[in-house]
Design a protein around this ligand. Structure first.
Ligand code: AMP
Length: 507
């Protein structure tokens, strides 16, 4: 257990100076080098007379320099705002307007000419010189309730909200990841795939840094290129996988993503979207000795707040997999509007309270007041997720509240329809989409399906699917229309872009 992120990092990096901290497709950086460069940048930042605690925007992909910038910010009391270099211009502008960073550290080319900004932009050339220049550093690191990072949400509608995550939020999360529940050894290899602009990246970044482990980083262009990705993976000697279930589904297209070729992969840590029975079963077949964990949480509660190990028994006993028990320091509850539901087994909105709850949305008191509140003096967050708590505190996620629809008077969870559709042996993956009329009422459901085999006759396949699901799905949940796809669109964070699919179905 550690109490300050920066001092813990300094200690790990000094004790393990020669170990590899970061390996980006063969380009390696030791802990010593990472710390030295971060220290040099921190000393330089202090000479720039930036306003105290003002946030610093860090722009790039998976380069090790991103980590140097994060650490230098934290060492000088600044929160950082990680922004992916493939972000659309309006998103970057909105982040600049809301986040008001005092400086932009740009590892990739920053499109400043097409943006309105007042902060200075420091490019990689200049940063490289700074990294190489020694200067005395008087650390005054973030601590306690100081913000560590501000992460902008990736909603497909409206402007992004900047979630303010404090130093202590991040410390309690990282200590939990490195504790008894997950039993991940020190000095191991983590897969570094989720981008730093997605909070799931913190599930490998800080646990790896604090345990003298190596991050095997995969840049965006490799993730996008199946050939390169599938060739690279078995050679990374991974021990810990961190990612979305969709990313694991993609990797399972590769014949070498299995225990035979990746025998040291002992842990799969999932978060960010539903881990389906199908994905879990496939994974258990491919990696019979690995441990699979489902974790749940929104960015607003610092990456994840519940976990459960998905054993073959858990898969056998559940139609939809549970998302786990609360992390210590966190209390999960179910609410019906503004009232806490006391009985177990009742569905309502998941509310998270405790030391993982972030400090609201940056410069957005209205949205903050809508979702953040306190319960008996503890910070709390309304997730907008539907869920049920068992007698023994096990949480079941039932989809987004805004993915609950009414059809002919029935309340339907789109995710439940999806889960039912995926029971058909003809279906590889499915998404249920509501079709609205011009008054905003749902008229029927569309089943968007990736079939196991491409059909010669779609009408015939639809008939077979209906037949195969006869006893598996409530009749009112059966889609009246089926559309067949090769793949589903993905969001920047590697989740199925359901909102986009709903929009497209209703154009
Ligand atoms: P984000 O803030 O991008 O991490 O998204 C958080 C949302 O992802 C949550 O509010 C849930 O709707 C969804 N989510 C996260 N983890 C899980 C999980 N294990 N199962 C189902 N949905 C999840």
């Amino acid at each position: 257990m550690f109490t300050n992120l920066v001092s813990a990092f300094n200690e790990v990096a000094t004790t393990n100076a020669d170990l590899i901290a970061y390996d980006e497709m063969g380009k390696t950086t030791s802990f010593g080098e990472l710390k030295t460069n971060a220290d040099h940048l921190a000393a330089w930042l202090d000479q720039q007379a930036l306003p105290d605690k003002s946030p610093i925007l860090v722009f790039g992909d998976h380069q090790v320099e991103m980590l140097m910038c994060f650490m230098a910010s934290l060492k000088t009391g600044h929160a950082y705002i990680p922004v992916s270099s493939d972000s659309a211009l309006p998103r970057i502008q909105s982040i600049l307007d809301t986040g008001k960073p005092s400086m932009v550290l740009a590892i990739d080319d920053f499109p400043a000419a097409n943006l309105t900004l007042s902060a200075p932009v420091v490019d990689l050339d200049q940063l490289t010189k700074v990294f190489a220049t020694d200067a005395p550093l008087n650390e005054h690191p973030v601590s306690g309730d100081d913000l560590a990072y501000v992460l902008f949400t990736s909603g497909t509608t409206g402007s992004p909200k900047g979630v303010q995550v404090s130093h202590d939020n991040l410390v309690t999360f990282t200590n939990w990841m490195l504790g008894d529940e997950f039993e991940i050894a020190e000095k191991v290899n983590y897969l570094g795939q989720p981008p730093y602009s997605f909070d799931l990246s913190n599930m490998y970044l800080y646990p790896a840094l604090m345990s003298a482990s190596t991050i095997k980083a995969i840049p965006h262009d490799v993730v996008e290129n199946f050939g390169k990705l599938f060739t690279a993976l078995p050679s990374l000697d991974l021990n810990v996988f961190v990612g979305t279930p969709s990313f694991a589904d993609m990797l399972m297209l590769s014949p070498t993503f299995n225990e035979e070729h990746m025998s040291n992969l002992t842990h799969f840590l999932f978060c960010g979207e539903e881990l389906t029975v199908k994905t879990a079963k496939n994974l258990q077949t491919r990696f019979p000795h690995a441990r699979i964990f489902n974790t749940y949480g929104p960015t607003e509660a610092t990456v994840a707040v519940s976990q459960i190990e998905i054993t073959p028994e858990v898969v056998e006993n559940n139609d939809r997999l549970p998302v786990g028990y609360a992390k210590p320091g966190v209390e999960l509850s179910i609410w019906d509007d503004d009232k806490k539901v006391e009985e177990a087994g009742v569905q309502g909105e998941i509310v998270i309270a405790g030391d993982s709850v972030a400090h609201g949305y940056m410069n957005n008191p209205e949205k903050t007041a809508k979702s953040f509140f306190t319960i008996d003096g503890q910070a709390a967050y309304r997730t907008g997720d539907a869920g049920v708590l068992d007698e023994d505190g096990l949480l079941h996620h039932k989809g987004r509240m805004d993915f609950q629809i009414k059809l002919h008077g029935f309340r339907i969870e789109l995710d439940e329809v999806r889960a039912s559709l995926e029971k058909s042996p003809y279906i590889k993956q499915a998404v249920a989409l509501p079709k609205y009329n011009k008054d905003g009422k749902v008229t029927h459901l569309i089943g968007a399906v990736i079939p196991k085999e491409q059909p010669e006759d779609e009408a015939e396949l639809t008939k077979q699917i209906r037949e195969s699901l006869k006893d598996q799905i409530m009749p009112y949940m059966m889609p009246t229309q089926f559309v067949y796809r090769d793949s589903f669109p993905m969001s920047a964070n590697g989740k199925i872009a359901v909102k986009q699919m709903i929009q497209e179905a209703n154009q």
